[in-house]
Ligand binder design. Structure first.
Ligand SMILES: C[S@@+](CC[C@H](N)C(=O)[O-])C[C@H]1O[C@@H](n2cnc3c(N)ncnc32)[C@H](O)[C@@H]1O
Length: 200
């Protein structure tokens, strides 16, 4: 499988847009989820670890899962993350990991996975009973956010009601959506949601 983020990894953290997006996701997770030093957390599609960096001080450990080795190499080069964040280059949908987590968080990675139901089922399988998800992505947009024909982009954002249905079917409850940020790109505005929910 080719690394679609190979060329993006080097300059990822220089982008003001990405820094403010990840900061909004991090501070919203801190606001809406009661984090504690006993928590094992997965950051799905962790990339260079921008969101992990915000959350790491408040939890026990983060497994930063991604299929881009280049993005994870960047994450692993950050000495400030080394105590708490472990990089794992693995497709957890085909190849699950044994650890069960207290929280799975994700920022802007859901739209890169074609089958959302299978992904959310995989999240449920990786969570302890009563554990939580905190997933951030774009609200439904007209398809302009990514350049036309971008490889590995399967969704033009998400319809909240449709995503809520999938979450319910997969076995999540206490589902809450928050508008946490707006990305300004090429003169257009793209609202972002954070959905939090509990596993049964
Ligand atoms: C838009 S980036 C977001 C990175 C990071 N969460 C952030 O906010 O800066 C999407 C990330 O999801 C990763 N990704 C795409 N498909 C994935 C999959 N099936 N499993 C794990 N990570 C995936 C990509 O490699 C990329 O690092």
């Amino acid at each position: 499988m080719s690394d679609l983020f190979n060329d993006k990894a080097k300059d990822w953290d220089i982008s003001e847009r990405k820094l403010s997006m990840s900061s909004a996701v991090g501070s919203s997770i801190i606001k809406y989820i009661r984090l504690n030093q006993q928590m094992d957390v997965m950051d799905f599609g962790a990339g260079t670890g921008l969101v992990s960096g915000h959350i790491a001080p408040f939890i026990k450990k983060i497994v930063a899962v991604d299929i881009s080795q280049a993005m994870l190499d960047k994450l692993s080069s950050k000495t400030e993350l080394q105590d708490k964040v472990e990089a794992l280059c693995q497709d957890i949908i085909c190849n699950p990991i044994e650890t069960k987590f207290d929280l799975i968080m994700s920022a802007m990675a859901l739209h890169h996975v074609n089958d959302t139901t299978t992904l959310l089922n995989s999240f449920a399988a990786h969570l302890k009973p009563g554990a939580k998800i905190a997933l951030a992505d774009l609200d439904k947009e007209d398809g302009d956010f990514h350049p036309k024909g971008s490889e590995g982009v399967f969704h033009s954002g998400f319809d909240r009601a449709a995503l809520q249905k999938i979450l319910e079917n997969v076995g999540f409850h206490n589902i809450q959506f928050f508008t946490i940020h707006t990305i300004n790109k090429s003169g257009k505005q793209y609202p972002m949601f954070l959905v939090i929910a509990d596993k049964h």
